[in-house]
Design a protein around this ligand. Sequence first.
Ligand code: ADP
Length: 539
Amino acid sequence: HSQETYEWSIEVRKALTQIFKLQEFRSNQLDAINTTLSGNDVFVLMPTGGGKSLCYQLPAVIARGVTKGVTIVVSPLLSLMKDQVSHLLQKGIAAVCFNGSMEQQTRSWAYSELAKNPPPTKLVYVTPELLSKSGQFQNTVRSLHNRKFLARFVIDEAHCVSQWGHDFRPDYKLLGNLKQTYANIPFMALTATANDKVKEDVLHNLNMRGCKVIKQSFNRTNLRYEIVPKSPRNMAQSIYEFVTKGYRNASGIIYCTARKHCEDLALKLRKEFKLRAKHYHAALDPVDRDRVQQEWQDGSVQIIVATIAFGMGIDKADVRFVIHCSLPSSLEGYYQETGRAGRDGSVAMCRLYYSYRDKMTIEYFIDKGDGDWQQKERQRHNLRMMIQFCENLTDCRRQQVLGYFGEKFDAATCNKTCDNCLANAKLSFEYRDITDTTKTILALVRELQVNKVTLIQVVDIFRGTANKFLQSRGISDLVPGIGAGKALSKTDCERIFKHLILKEILAERCETNAQGFVMAYLQVSTQREGICIRKICRY
Ligand code: ADP
């Protein structure tokens, strides 16, 4: 079969132009549609903005092939589902969203529609929770199945089923049983996460191993990437300069970790810098949240300062910049969030304000958070990869992220669209063998770690600029390694130490000191002690 010669091909094309009012399919959409209409399972991986919705919304209106009847779409967020349903209704497609807060009348009506033979409803959106709970909804699905009116299951945002992902949702885990219960019904899973580990995990958890996987390049050619050093005190000023230099009236998103930080920054940008900025986070009441989102969507608010609660399912095509004010906790998260820029294909900027210190905050939340040891290890791993990405000042950003997602990217084709490629065009970097330096550092840290010293302190000791400190702690200045790094600049030195931490050769152990401050004390990692390092490293 070529993609255009199925029995449903003419109808599919007609639906594209007449119902969805689009001219052409984007890459892979038709392949996904034909696969599901043939009755096969398919896993669709497309970057944000790639056009995943069409892959299941269009087949839902085609009463051909081995699949006809109702498409059940599982999606994690209510607001996202409601949004989609209202878009579908505008197109004249019968769709409904089942959720816990539905009015009784609407619910009864929706169930009665689904009881008809055939049901007029084309798409049913549902939360994973409702679908996996026994009750009227489950009975309805079973009845649709028995009456041969169950077309397919769609699992949107499928990465939520994986603990390796950046947005694991326990409810999604329960979806694994669906495939067993409905073995002959085609499944379609979709995600914008490209990580191979997540991919495998999703296929495994949903019992979809061996299905067709449709994946395209995740490179977003129109996005520009840059990471700039963070100085919390000048953040608002720096953002103001950024906006006035190139994005005076352009829409943007600024991500912050804490709710309070969103509020403060939005206020400052508004009051001091006269920017049309507003905050958005999960603690706002729903009416305010909808209003702020609407104002941003229609352009009366230029900049939304939000926690990462904002963005999933937002369909604003002309976002010209996404700014991260603090470190994202994983590269998946970073890529999803930056992916919300430039969906219209025009150039858009992704800027991250980076400070190594943000690592501690995230580690703190990982430690305090839910999850077993294994989950926490994964989160720590994700965090390390993120920091490594920020600390790397030499390799193409696209190559780094895409490489992390298992995709090869030729840095020569970046064309200076990331900060590192831009800098590489001007500066030159050299490779240095740090094996001997590392051995000295390890010996030094091993001696000093009983004294509870921090990264900054050890760097100074290593460079021989901490004699007073050594005296005050009563540490002998004869410890081997003191001053051994005097030929290195402080920045280079810090980068070597951070490199060793990221490689788990050194470790930072958090502890509350006598004054009640959380300190990170440096030590030789117990996991790696004794391992000989032979790494030629660029720094
Ligand atoms: P995703 O869920 O992958 O992030 P969406 O399904 O929300 O992406 O689609 C992103 C945008 O692209 C939407 O505005 C959608 O209308 C548009 N779009 C999708 N498919 C096409 C197409 N074939 N041609 C033109 N625009 C499309």
